[in-house]
Design a protein around this ligand. Sequence first.
Ligand code: PLP
Length: 400
Amino acid sequence: MSFLSATLDRVKPSPTIAVSTKARELKAAGKDVIGLGAGEPDFDTPDNIKAAAKAAIDAGKTKYTAPDGMPELKEAICAKFRRENGLEYTPAQISVGTGGKQILYNALMATLNPGDEVIIPAPYWVSYPDMVLLAGGEPVVVEAGAETSYKLTPGALEAAITPKTKWFIFNSPSNPTGAAYTWDELKALTDVLMRHPQVWVMTDDMYEHLVYDGFEFCTPAQVEPRLYDRTLTCNGVSKAYAMTGWRIGYAGGPEKVIAAMRKIQSQSTSNPGSISQWAAVEALNGPQDFIPANNEVFKRRRNMVVEMLNAADGISCPMPEGAFYVYPSIAGCIGKITPAGVRVTDDEVFATALLEEKGVAVVFGAAFGLSPCFRVSYATSDENLKEACTRIQDFCASLT
Ligand code: PLP
């Protein structure tokens, strides 16, 4: 019998991290590589947030806090949910964790029993299925392809629900597609859920603030208040506030789930870093004006990338509403041969050849459960994006 836990046999390492590692290795070996794999803003954390963290250090706020967040941060999160989402939560209904990732993980660990099913629309954020597997549940992947703008249809959701369904994981705007659901689109999904009282909603609103062209974000418990008692509304400061390294995520939801998540956290990581929590208080309570300014930059990059990718032979790229990703299809490249003699049989082969032959790192679609596609993160400079998209155009033109 192996020394390692059998649970690990059920999961794979994060493919997005694998791509960044390979790109870093090639760079270290002197190759000219442009990375479009990063899932984090290239902007720096705003100065007022950094100042709040420095002040917390100087004031000696360096001790343990309550395991699932200090009162000041829970208050700031309650105020955020009220102000931005029209949702009323008390501090006892809030959990703060070490990034949005730990919040989702805690929630799944706290609720899943063997055989419990979790519906995950594909393409999905790479961690959802593996977290479900680690927690002992069964991921039920439902495709939402380009023909429905990468959005799950009510019929597909209805068809995936069984008596064993425990959670529906919802992510809008989405990683990896950038697709975001309008109020009406989301209402059509919550109408389905109203017919199935055993199904709870875990909504991952991490990219809430990153929407363009006047798109209005909405979240399930807001669109259907009758789902409030079975919704866990998850969010965090990582993306909108350019705070990926600070590791603060949070959720609002029914007290019994929040209490169960607290139990897990108290026996694993205890509290998220006290300094990061003070920084998050400032992020949520402080000025928000840099968000629209950053979004202008993201929108400009999105428009340029979509236009340049659509000009590449064999690529078709929908225009997403939000996040900082686009998810083009490479259906038109499948079966062709690269200049180095590689036959493009799938999106992993395409991405590997693109990296090795043109020095552009993207993440292949199979990692996100929907092929043949790849994900581009446009959270990098305009110059990098322009050069990378030109190389992708050259690569596609060179396929025979
Ligand atoms: N949810 C989605 C959809 C994400 O893309 C990410 C990060 O990439 C997370 C959650 C996790 O965020 P955090 O860095 O706060 O753990």
